[in-house]
Design a protein. Sequence first.
Length: 185
Amino acid sequence: MRIPPALLCALLAAGAMAQGGAFRVRTEGRLPLSVAQEADQALDRAQRWVAAQPAPTNDLARLTLRRYALAPAGEPFALRRCDLTPLEQAFPEPPAPAALTNLTAALAQRRDDPKALLALAAALGAPNAPAPEPGWRERLALTLIETQRVTAQGGHWGGQDATVWAIVALRHLLGESPALAVEGE
């Protein structure tokens, strides 16, 4: 089966290992423990907040992304083949090549856009990317953590869509993205 390139880039960024119809994320680096713990706390708050929001209706891509963001990390995420195209279309375009060589400027421009930060993380972690700046994962994770707004219901990034993208980005940076299991394989 062929997974669309944009979906591979965003969800599987560092490459995938196929086993049947399931794919697992392979990461090249890890976050420092203290940042990983902060990211885990931000994820918990964000997932609580998203779960408390009404689910989007009449938008298959948004609903699928929300389900993916709330899916348990240790279990494969079941995805129907017909869900791939709307999901691919929802994913952000890769950033301009200049963004990959100047992380400070890229973070300043994208600071409040979790979807763009996911695209940046995926591009920086791609096997064919130019050598990223040291500590790029940590800087991206801290940017997401610092821009989260904490409320009594959890934590968010301004709205449900932005929060879902932030969850996907943090999971990607932590190497905890649920495996994709495409049904019908």
